[in-house]
Design a protein around this ligand. Sequence first.
Ligand code: DHB
Ligand code: FE
Length: 280
Amino acid sequence: MARIVGAINTSHVPAIGRAIAANLQDDPYWKPFFDGFPPVHAWLDKVRPDVVVVLYNDHGLNFFLDKMPTFAVGAAPEYHNADEGWGIPTLPPFKGVPGLSWHVINELVAREFDLTTCQEMLVDHAFSLPLKLLWPDAPSCPVPTVPVCINTVQYPLPSARRCYKLGKALGEAIASWDEDKRVLIVGTGGLSHQLDGERAGFVNPAFDKAFMDSLIDNPEWVTQYSNEEIVEKTGTQGIELLMWLAARAALPGKVSRVHSNYHIPISNTASGLLAMACED
Ligand code: DHB
Ligand code: FE
């Protein structure tokens, strides 16, 4: 049976792609952000995941506003990145794991999650950059992937409670996959940020830190809030924390904090990183 080793949640700001391409990791602006990753790399070297399931939100590359699934799962042999207009280099294709994709899809539909299944799927910065941050030295991502998309872009959005339930069902589905594989969950987005409008630049470190802490011992904490309340507390794009929540909910039993980092600003965003290990 498959075993979930833990989860890594990280921001996915497009400017990270430009910083990596320009080798700015030691630049004073970027160093506090990139310095979060070496302890996470060391943990990855220890747990050596065979597969990574990535929870992220598409920002208009694969799904546009005309057709927007609430939840979508990739079931392709390969996923291509493409130019989104942010001026970031296009990363090489990511290998899929159709066997796990279809297992997860069957299990989630059986548990009453009405998904969109994608046998072709482009993946944007929210998928590609976190994987590049986790495996920076490999020319292409060395671990095959299953993309799971949550709509945090076009209202109505799924509630925090619903995303928590999705994550829990996803974790149970993965654990029942009949393959002896180690699976890593990655959740991308957030933390607090607002890219436009009157509150552009808004961040809320007190809320972000309370949310990050809650994920260790009390992951349902944020489900007390409606999406409108989360937007009020974290900005219009801060709602991307829903992916962090679903990723944590996928972990069975107790978790321990491997490493965390929090830094303001990266672009318009309060950037966060939180790696959690499943306790055996
Ligand atoms: C930024 C952050 C995001 O999450 C995103 O998807 C695009 C841009 C930013 O801070 O620039
Ligand atoms: Fe985003």
